[in-house]
Write a protein that binds this ligand. Structure first.
Ligand code: C2E
Ligand code: CA
Ligand code: CA
Length: 740
């Protein structure tokens, strides 16, 4: 019997096999009726439901399926991974790849194909072995691989797991490819950074916002002689120890203000020796722009500094002598001037020039010249105090800066000592060479407080010393030169004077003592300045010499003399010489002799009754060009006279090799006749010596009868001076004077 029926019968106390009473029966009937009613309803509902058409049912099914699939695909699409269903042979059965460009080719090209159809053999092999392993072990098998997909090279982790699904009698595997490119990139970067952090040359420290060390690399530990493990949590020494850097404000204050600090700090090596470290501190800010960390990078710059120092040395020193060069000299001079102004103690700049350097260098070779410069530097160095600066400006020019002088005589003493030190010959290769030095001295701050001016002044003084002959020194005086400005404006004015024909020439007669006859005239230039009137050569010749205008002036005088000579020729006055002054600068001009020859030709001068007066110093260097010029001049029939004789260093012995005709005794000796017995002795000796060499002697600057008498008594041949005539225009020259 149906158990429910049984239960209901029990409820009604009706035992099977027993007849019910009326009431019980009625109840039973009601219950049965109710049951039928319910069944009826269900049947109706069923009937109703069965009345839906098969088309509708299919549509409903499709709808349900579609929405299910859509949801499923939406979910799968959102998964960043690619899911493959692959069978045991490696055949692609299904691919859920979301966006297509995550695959290496189109989905359709894969589906139904084997791994080996679409992938390189080695890669297909390794995937297949993973699939087979997953099937064999029934567990998750992982594989890392890289693949060129449509969007570029990507890194994947493949995860293979077998499924229950059997398709076409083949077992299947779900293979999930997880794109791990970003993670991998981050890992690589991380690795790089940590490699950099640990293995770089730089010390690195990461600090928190309270400037406490979060991490420091071992290089930093080495730089600071600290154990990096022990300093975590503490502030680094460059923050706590102010003495490690030279900036006035503390680094932490600077960081608070500027969020940045760069500068040099001092590190110490194991032996405690200090060395320079370049420190850069930058801040790291969080996304709210609040400083979260500081990163400090420390670089050992001792090598850079060393090479910088070496470079600096090379740039400031002369490679030959290792003395300071022009650059450093200039700098030292400027400093010395400032110090002298502060201390009120004068200093001096000595400008040294070797007298025979060029000839040695040219004739004995540069190696001998170089060695000479080295020996000179060595000798000079021995005379210097530590505080002096001895420099080589180039060529044979040396300078010496001496400071803290009691008075300027001290500078003279030093110059004297230098000259003395050149008395011994220099031993170079197989030669024992005599070298002399000329020294010009300018005093600071008296002469000038401007370094450039001081250099120029000492240079001017040096030329003046040279004019006096080698082994002399000379102090700068205002007469020697003019200020830079005046110098420049005179130079400009000289050029203008040439163009505007402001020069003219006067002639000073020279007479024979015995006969009183005119035997020569000396051409002396004058400048007819539009504002200043007549300007004497002592005011401008040195500027002309310094600025090359001297060549044009020389040409002008030569031209005037040629014309005058022709005029006197016409007048039959042809028994005397015309003497011209030639500067050293002209004589060392390689074009000089050619210029002279050109002018002689231009003016048609046949009877060359000319004499060139040159100073001893102009030829003492025995400069090659000067000697060549002199030879050519001699060949042209022009006589040579030594001017200002006795003021220079040369001995007649030295002059023997030149084709000389006359010596002019300098007027400074003549001036002191009857007053200075030394000068008288010099005149006497000069006359005697000149005679022994067959040279004529003329004395210049004869102003009175006493001087004339003395010269006559000593056997001097000729005289020139105010006593007879001042320099005069050509037409005022007297051809005969009374010699009494
Ligand atoms: P210097 O060659 O020694 O010329 C002699 C100077 O002494 C001349 O001065 C002359 O006027 C002066 N003098 C002559 N007799 C006497 C005298 O009895 N007493 C005194 N106190 N002085 C006398 P100046 O004309 O002023 O020339 C000065 C210097 O300028 C010359 O000295 C010479 O070195 C140079 N100079 C003159 N003209 C020329 C020139 O055309 N070319 C070159 N390169 N230099 C020249
Ligand atoms: Ca002269
Ligand atoms: Ca003279």
């Amino acid at each position: 019997m149906n158990s429910q029926l049984q239960q209901q019968l029990e409820k009604l106390n009706l035992q099977t096999g027993e007849l019910p009473d009326q009431q019980q029966w009625q109840q039973f009937v009601n219950m049965v009726e109710l049951a039928y009613k319910k069944a009826e309803q269900k049947r109706l509902a069923l009937e109703q439901s069965l009345s839906i058409s098969p088309v509708e049912t299919l549509a409903l099914y499709e709808q349900k399926k579609a929405s299910y699939e859509a949801r499923l695909f939406a979910i799968l699409d959102a998964i960043p991974d690619i899911i493959f269903l692959i069978d045991e042979d490696g055949r692609y059965l299904e691919i859920m790849s979301g966006r297509e460009n995550r695959l290496f080719t189109e989905k359709e090209a894969l589906l139904g194909n084997l791994l080996h159809d679409v992938l390189p053999a080695t890669q297909a092999d390794s995937f297949l072995s993973v699939i087979q392993q997953a099937l064999a072990t029934d567990s998750l098998v992982l594989i890392d691989y890289e693949l060129d997909v449509v969007s570029g090279k990507r890194y994947f982790q493949g995860r293979a797991l077998s499924t229950e699904l059997i398709i076409n009698n083949k077992r299947t595997v779900v293979f999930v490819a997880v794109d791990v490119s970003d993670v991998r990139q981050a890992q690589i970067q991380q690795k790089l950074i940590s490699t950099m952090f640990e293995n770089g040359q730089e010390g690195m420290v990461i600090l928190d916002d309270k400037l406490q060390i979060v991490s420091a690399n071992s290089v930093y530990g080495k730089f600071m002689q600290q154990d990096v493990a022990e300093i975590v949590g503490k502030q680094p020494v460059f923050i706590t120890d102010q003495s490690l850097h030279s900036s006035s404000t503390s680094i932490d204050n600077e960081l608070k203000k500027h969020h940045h600090w760069v500068g040099e700090i001092t590190g110490h090596d194991e032996a405690g020796k200090a060395y320079p470290i370049w420190l850069t501190i930058n801040t790291v800010e969080d996304k709210h722009d609040v400083v979260s960390n500081y990163v400090a990078i420390l670089t050992d710059v001792s090598a850079i500094k060393k090479s910088q120092k070496e470079l600096e040395y090379v740039a400031t020193h002369d490679f030959l002598t290792s003395l300071p060069n022009r650059v450093l000299f200039q700098d030292r001079l400027e400093q010395a001037v400032v110090r002298s102004q502060r201390s009120s103690k004068p200093g001096a700049l000595l400008f040294l020039d070797l007298n025979r350097f060029k000839i040695i260098n040219d004739n004995l070779g540069h190696h001998v010249g170089d060695e000479l410069l080295r020996q000179v530097a060595f000798r000079l160095k021995k005379l210097c105090r530590d505080t002096d600066t001895l420099s080589r400006l180039g060529g044979d020019e040396f300078t010496l800066i001496v400071e803290g002088l009691r008075d300027v005589n001290e500078a003279a003493g030093i110059a004297e000592k230098i000259i003395q030190s050149f008395k011994d010959t220099f031993s170079l290769a197989e030669y024992d060479l005599e070298v002399h030095v000329s020294i010009g001295i300018s005093v600071f701050p008296d002469d000038s407080a401007d370094a450039n001016e001081l250099i120029k002044f000492s240079d001017t003084a040096m030329y003046s010393a040279k004019d006096n002959g080698a082994s002399h020194y000379c102090f700068y005086t205002r007469e020697l030169s003019t200020t830079a400005f005046e110098f420049f404006s005179i130079e400009v004015a000289l050029k203008k004077a040439i163009v505007e024909d402001q020069f003219f020439v006067l002639f000073q007669p020279q007479y024979e003592i015995i006969s009183g006859k005119l035997i020569g005239v000396e051409a002396l230039i004058r400048w007819q300045h539009p504002d200043l009137g007549i300007v004497l050569p002592s005011m401008f010749i040195h500027i002309a010499e310094a600025s090359n205008v001297i060549h044009e002036i020389g040409d002008y005088v030569m031209q005037q003399c040629c014309q005058q000579l022709k005029l006197w020729d016409v007048q039959g006055k042809d028994d005397f010489l015309l003497a011209l002054n030639i500067s050293r600068k002209q004589l060392v001009d390689p074009e000089f002799a050619t210029r002279v020859a050109g002018l002689l030709k231009k003016h048609n001068v046949e009877d060359v009754r000319l004499e060139f007066e040159i100073t001893e110093s102009a030829i003492m260097d025995k400069e090659y060009v000067a000697i060549e010029n002199l030879k050519k001049i001699d060949a042209m029939g022009i006589r040579l006279a030594i001017d200002d004789f006795g003021t220079g260093y040369s001995s007649l012995e030295n002059l023997k090799s030149f084709p000389l005709a006359r010596l002019k005794i300098d007027q400074t000796f003549v001036r002191d006749v009857n007053r200075d017995s030394d000068d008288e002795a010099i005149i006497r000796a000069t006359i005697a010596l000149a005679k022994s060499f067959g040279l004529k002697v003329i004395a210049e600057g004869v102003e009175n009868i006493e001087q004339l008498e003395f010269l006559r008594a000593e056997g001097c041949d000729e005289v020139q001076g105010y006593y007879f005539s001042k320099p005069v225009p050509a037409n005022e020259v007297e051809f005969q004077v009374d010699m009494k």
